[in-house]
Design a protein around this ligand. Structure first.
Ligand SMILES: Nc1ncnc2c1ncn2[C@@H]1O[C@H](COP(=O)(O)OP(=O)(O)OP(=O)(O)O)[C@@H](O)[C@H]1O
Ligand SMILES: [Mg+2]
Length: 238
């Protein structure tokens, strides 16, 4: 299927050509997307490729994680052959949150993030994974309310954002709390596909939702290579 891009909507490239094509040219500028997938499906890889694309285009990016330190992010990007050194602390910033300190994490994000985005002039922001942040709330009601407020706060920043979320324990098609999908603009789902011949596990991707834009509904295989992710044409075998 060929999608006709709506040229009136400014797009932000994800850094993955095949995914941009599925998104009619990329994420809508200023929108918030989430990549949902089980462990090892490539969430962090997609998120960092989105960051890298911005950096080489001369943009500023912030990567927030309760899991990954600056050192490990830099090491991962260097392993991909991306020369991150000249961008680090000038147009690329890594913010490590403490997942065990709920109040500190919430306050850091609420109070410090909007001024940081402005100060650095960030146009891309990654939160990897948002599901660890969602885990911090004690009740379903407070999670819903606080996450809604949080997303609204982020929406005001005019920065294009890519979050990641782990899948629910019992459902590989849903984020951990089945909540973030409703709050954000674009949902990209990564999953494992085990064909009948059982010779190899494949990775596949689909765009489940995209507000204000047409998008592909194909399920397309992708591969994580040594230097980049590649989305392949749809095949019947999947
Ligand atoms: N250099 C490489 N070449 C090929 N494949 C790689 C390479 N590096 C990583 N991978 C693949 O990428 C997978 C990990 O990707 P990534 O860390 O992006 O996943 P994730 O969804 O973020 O995982 P988690 O939920 O554990 O954070 C590995 O399991 C491996 O299959
Ligand atoms: Mg990860």
């Amino acid at each position: 299927m060929t999608l006709t891009p709506d040229n009136d909507i400014p797009r932000i490239s994800t850094g993955v050509a095949g995914l941009d094509e599925m998104l009619s040219g990329g994420l809508v500028e200023g929108s918030i997307g989430v990549i949902v997938g089980a462990y090892g499906t490539g969430k962090t890889t997609f998120a960092l490729q989105f960051v890298w694309e911005g950096l080489v285009r001369g943009e500023t990016a912030i990567y927030i994680s309760p899991e990954e330190s600056e050192e490990s992010v830099v090491r991962y990007m260097a392993m991909k052959g991306w020369e991150i050194g000249k961008y680090l602390h000038t147009s690329f910033f890594v913010l490590k949150l403490d997942p065990t300190n709920f109040n500190l994490s919430i306050n850091t994000i609420r109070n410090d993030l909007p001024p940081l985005i402005k100060k650095f002039g960030a146009t891309r922001l990654v939160f990897d994974p948002i599901s660890l942040f969602e885990d911090l709330f004690e009740s379903e009601a407070s999670r819903r309310y606080e996450m809604y407020r949080f997303i609204e706060l982020l929406r005001d920043q005019h920065c294009t954002m890519m979050m990641t979320s782990e899948t629910a324990r019992d459902n590989p098609l849903s984020s951990r709390h089945n909540l973030i999908e409703y709050l954000v603009d674009t949902v990209i789902l990564l999953r494992y596909v085990r064909p009948d011949d059982r010779t190899r596990v494949h990775l596949a991707l689909e765009v489940v939702k995209m507000r204000r834009s047409p998008h592909s509904r194909e399920i397309r295989p992708f591969e994580i290579g040594s230097d980049r992710v590649e989305v392949l044409p749809a095949v019947d075998a999947l």
